[in-house]
Design a protein around this ligand. Structure first.
Ligand code: UD2
Ligand code: MN
Length: 571
């Protein structure tokens, strides 16, 4: 049984009597298939990925032998070359049940080598740029990885990929912060394992669950490197990932830099490269979202996609920041709990207070994106998220926080806690207003800079309000009983003619329907005097037809079905 070959596989493999020969056969078949597809050559061609930065790690410590069970040593491994892992039939059932533990395919991860090989994903421009990174006095980094009940194989693969793919002189240490995990493998066994690694690994433990924000603060305190590099605990660093990050900070100590976050498939563990044409934004609900990089940002970089791009926000999990600057700029909001919001808080703060958030397109790190969170949320998900997001809105967004509160009427039931310290910080650092951020850093955001009204749009006769009903583009715009709470009935009327709810707008061509918003659409105009919403292209007016439907018809002043009352109209 191959469980005895390898203590590094998790215990649920330990009852696998007589599976060995079966497994070998399947592995052989997988390799054959990959060979036929040319996979083997690719892996061998890039075999330097195995030990690129740390010379003779395997020979010196012998730990590679332990990670790669000896019976399988000469084989290529499932997932090698960034390929999908094929689960042998005998493990299919196990892989289904084990999925729930971490909300990713733990069996797939455990079948892979902790040193899985990956192709060099860098563009040729990035590879040629790598020469400029040979500068002296670059500054080293501490890599900080926080986790709560992370799987052994994903955690250690993160650590291994960092060690194997970072130049030794740039990697001061790895700091692991265990946020009150209760899983056995994260206790003494982890200490013992990392003590054998060729790079110092400092393990910090938090006895009572503090959440990822406080865990990162603890990691930062313990770190001794010049730069802090944060990673989630289920990542894989790729060839040349670190140098371009540190280089940007070396050039500008106020740059907060993120790699491109590639996708490690949560089921197959295939490594799927993400686009360098995507950046971070957010919606009215203050959810982080990926959007296409606009043309203007490409032009600023003179179409050189290997140049770092200025991203309005960061995803949050993977970034480097100068350690002194991290503290100067207010580290993290330690009033935030468990998970969520800290990435937007940091993004707004960095931009508004004189720094930059960059996506360094020559650096790529894979991350297992999950669909569901695997761990507990003490006090409830909504309470935690509402608590954290209110702190972002209240401290950083000035009057634009109304967009958040209008669409999320329920958040106010949650106490955001004391924000005095954060408000003082903003004052002390003399940070710019949110309007400046929207105008200069993120004019493409869903938050319209020039809005005439924000709130419900009501037809008094029917007592109905426009309601996006959580629907998507293409569907008809509808009406519902006004509830006065906002939510799906929160719309902005903008100076450039949009009736907008987050990223969706109401348009009048053909039928009255929802569609994605266009800047300067000049679709609608409203005058508070005649209380009509005129559809400019058709020169018709918005009217109620039945209790739910909307139409466009010839404008007749004072006709009750054409009367609309808007909220918070700016004079
Ligand atoms: C994304 C970020 C994540 C964080 C989060 C918002 C990426 C790739 N990931 O969510 O870093 O910014 O958005 O808050 O950008 N953890 C703890 N204690 C906890 C909960 C989580 O230590 O109480 C650890 C967890 O084990 C993991 C890290 O924090 O290593 C991030 O958590 P996640 O992977 O569940 O978050 P993710 O990737 O969905
Ligand atoms: Mn994650």
């Amino acid at each position: 049984c191959w469980c005895i070959l390898d203590v590094w596989f998790l215990s649920y493999f330990s009852n696998c009597a007589n599976e060995n020969s079966n497994f070998d056969k399947q592995l052989h078949a997988i390799n054959k298939a990959e060979e036929a597809a040319g996979g083997k050559n690719e892996v061998q061609g890039k075999s330097r990925s195995l030990v690129p930065a740390v010379e003779n790690v395997a020979k010196d410590t012998g730990f590679l032998d332990k990670i790669l069970p000896s019976a399988l040593r000469s084989a290529s491994y499932p997932g090698d070359g960034g390929k999908a892992v094929h689960i042998p039939a005998s493990l299919q059932a196990k892989s289904k049940t084990a999925f729930k533990i971490n909300q990713f395919n733990l069996v797939a991860s455990d079948l892979m080598s902790l040193n899985r090989t990956l192709p060099d994903y860098r563009s040729s421009q990035c590879v040629s740029k790598a020469r400029t990174y040979q500068v002296k006095d670059f500054g080293d980094t501490s890599v900080i990885i926080v986790f709560h009940n992370e799987a052994w194989s994903t955690l250690l693969r993160t650590v291994h990929s960092v060690i194997f793919r970072s130049p030794r002189h740039l990697l001061k240490e790895i700091v692991l912060v265990d946020d009150a995990s209760d899983q056995e493998h994260l206790k003494e066994r982890l200490d013992e394992y990392v003590s054998k690694l060729p790079v110092p690994v400092n393990i910090q433990r938090i006895p009572v669950r503090g959440g990822l924000i406080r865990a990162r603060l603890k990691g930062a305190k313990a770190a001794t490197g010049k730069v802090l590099t944060f990673l989630d605990a289920h990542c894989e660093a790729t060839e040349g990932w670190l140098e371009p990050l540190l280089y940007e900070i070396y050039k500008n100590r106020k740059a907060v830099v993120c790699p491109i976050i590639d996708v490690i498939d949560d089921n197959s563990f295939a490594y799927i490269t993400g686009s360098d044409m995507t950046w971070g934004g957010f919606n009215w609900r203050l959810n982080f979202r990926w959007y296409s990089v606009p043309q203007r940002e490409l032009m600023r970089r003179r179409n050189d996609r290997s140049e770092p791009l200025r991203s309005p926000t960061m995803a949050g999990g993977l970034f480097s920041i100068h350690k002194e600057y991290f503290y100067e700029i207010g580290s993290y909001d330690s009033g935030m709990n468990i998970w969520g919001g800290e990435n937007l808080e940091m993004s707004f703060r960095i931009w508004q207070c004189g720094g930059q958030v960059l996506i360094v397109t020559c650096s790529r790190v894979g991350h297992v994106f999950r669909k569901i969170s695997p761990y507990s949320w003490p006090g409830g998900v909504a309470t935690i998220l509402n608590h954290n997001t209110q702190r972002i809105a209240d401290v950083w967004m000035d009057e634009y926080k109304d967009f958040f509160y209008k669409t999320n009427p329920g958040v106010k039931d949650t106490d955001p806690g004391d924000m005095t310290e954060r408000l003082k910080l903003r004052e002390k650092l003399q940070c710019k207003p949110f309007k400046w951020y929207l105008e200069n850093i993120y004019p493409e955001s869903n938050i319209p800079l020039n809005y005439i009204a924000l709130g419900q749009i009501k037809n008094p006769e029917s007592r109905k309000c426009l309601d996006s009903g959580g629907k998507k583009g293409g569907e008809p715009a509808t009406l519902y009983q006004c509830h006065g709470l906002g939510g799906n009935q929160a719309f902005a009327l903008t100076a450039d003619g949009n009736i907008q709810a987050d990223d969706i707008c109401i348009v009048g061509s053909g039928s009255v329907r929802l569609s994605s918003c266009r800047a300067n659409s000049n679709e609608w105009s409203y005058s508070a005097g005649d209380q009509q919403l005129k559809n400019n292209p058709s020169n018709l007016c918005l009217a109620v037809v039945t209790h739910q439907d909307l139409t466009l018809e010839k404008c007749i002043l004072g006709k009750p079905s054409q009367v609309w009352v808007l909220e918070n109209v700016k004079s």
